[in-house]
Design a protein around this ligand. Sequence first.
Ligand SMILES: [Zn+2]
Ligand SMILES: [Zn+2]
Length: 754
Amino acid sequence: MPLIDVALPLPLFRTFSYRVPEGLTGSVTEGSRVVVPFRNRKEIGIVLGAAAPIGGVKYRDVIAAPDDAPVIDPPMLSLCRWIAEYYVTPLGVALRCALPAALTGAGSPVPSQRTRRVATIELELPSLLHRDRIFARSKQQRALYELLEQLGGRAAVDVLADQLKFSPSVLKGLVARGLVVVSEEVVSRDPFLTRERRAADSHRPSDAQRNALERLALAQPGHVALLHGITGSGKTLVYLELLRRVVLEEKRSAIVLVPEIALTPQTVDRFRAVFGDAIAVLHSGLSDGERYDAWLALRRGEKRIAVGARSAVFAPLRDLGAIVVDEEHESSYKQGDAPRYHAREVAIVRARAEGAVVVLGSATPSLESWTNAQSGKYELLSLPERAGGAQLPIVHVVDLRAERPTRKPSDHEEADAAFAMAISPPLEAALRSRLAKREQSILLLNRRGYASFIQCGACGDVAVCPNCSISLTYHRTPERLVCHYCQHTEALHRTCQRCGGQRLRQRGLGTQQVERLLAERFPSARIARMDVDTTSGKWAHTEILDRVGIGAVDILLGTQMIAKGLDFPNVTLVGVIDADVGINLPDFRASERCFQLLSQVAGRAGRGPKGGEVLIQTRAPSHHAVRCAVTHDYHAFVKEELASRRTPPYPPNVRIANVVVSGINEDATARLATRAVAWVHRLLAQHPSPGVTVIGPAPCPVERVQQRWRWHLLLKGDRPHELGRVARYLVEHFEVPHQHGLRMTLDRDPVALL
Ligand SMILES: [Zn+2]
Ligand SMILES: [Zn+2]
């Protein structure tokens, strides 16, 4: 293979040819990495195969080829080719996301594993007499030798030195006499290994669970099932039994995708209880080296189940038997940067190519998956009842319009009024009764910080981020204004920046404020707050949830983080402080997301024998997202929501690609977006593409982020292939000028249009 074709992780829709020097031909094969010169730097690329030389072209040489075996096998290469094609991304960019960062970094291409030195007894000394003679003049050596014996014949060198205080010369002496050898050993760094193991579940499957499992056992390779199970219906048990068959009986491998490991430690614990060391947990807190260790263990077949967030869909497993996508409706399965893939769709494509079955699980399936199940593209499996005879909680609506105080409070009523703005009297009473009964409560407020914005009482001006068209959120500890889009922070102003007015008001509740109000009202209650600000540490989520699990928390207050997967039988009350957060966002999925969040958080209540109750505070009780969450009626919600997406059509009634044009100059950005739309219109006139239309341009709902102005246009089409063709042509051929920082990105099947 003297000339090869290489994919580089660059925003260019082409591959590059390089010459392989004599000495490297042995380690250059399809799917292996090569270090190549590109312009005046080095890049790491993936070998795609042999290239045909073009006469007169001078090719540059490959600099290094670090792999003894390809890092991308042929099925993974075709999966990445599909991603590149469907999501309109260069192949090199798609390939990069299939590999752990340790293999794509610009530094040393071969990661060094963490090793430690271990001392092992080489020569056994049977008799005491023997020892007396050998160690006659070295008591220290004898002590160390006998300690090693007690430790089972081996110990880490740093433990001997640091903890047991043996000087290195003592060990050297033993080594010199051939009694002990010191060797390097690879250390496994999976932090989940140190987590306490729980016992495996002993539940027997219910009839509905057994039915689902029987249907899955009959499934053909590549089959996709949508497991629609209400909250608490035991979807995890179905996953566990499916994997028991696939991994333990058939000796194949499996992938379990969860929205975020940190938020679902209970689910992960249940898998570990059954499959133990066969699992590699791909946690977001892993270092690059740890991630690489896990990747190697999966590739070598030492681990046969990968559990992780969206990128675990690329786990290098062979003989894949099943892929589970838990909470398939979660938007975290969509990657925000190129390649903007959706892990659920990638899972389906991979499973079809490799002969695995796919289970998409959710209590509130995405409208896309639901429609596919209705059309017969996916098989629908239902778990319509809670496991163990538990009932869904009763949901009450607290209409905040009615609860609002009618007169201005007097001074001594001020504190009461502030509390009542957050926690209505019915919710307060419900909390009080849980505290009295030593039961636990969960409170959802999907807005972190102290107040959502600061507004001038005189002119109405709102403090806005200088980089983004977003109001700054007031944080109290530490006191500052923070932009939740770009992390810009500034000190709190004492006077209005526009009119100099002195009455600056905090508007909109945040979790910090509610935490303070609760602590003042219920001084003896143990309150935990869980949001982005309290969970920056690697294990912070798990620590908070573990405390709830052992009953050390009375009230868990948090953002949407607390809505997922938690299963605490002593939680008998869920309160939603403001159901309307996000309901009116200018996004076609706003209602769907609101319904999912309310249903999911309501599902945390009443999972044990004591039952449960949910109180939803809202100013929009008749909105279908709220109404259907109250009655636990997914089907009614879907019916209304699908109808509302018919005119104008939005997914799943049509496919879309969101094209965002951005730049630092407002006019140039708007002009480029306008030109792009005209360009697409001309393209569609010259090359008819049935069903494809272009909408826009318009400023994005969030007009400016990180000093960049943003405009967008939408490509819509009911035929995926035609839509993909137009999208690709636009991205590859529409010229974006190299000025004003102008950029164009395309997001196919976007989860949001903000
Ligand atoms: Zn003002
Ligand atoms: Zn900002």
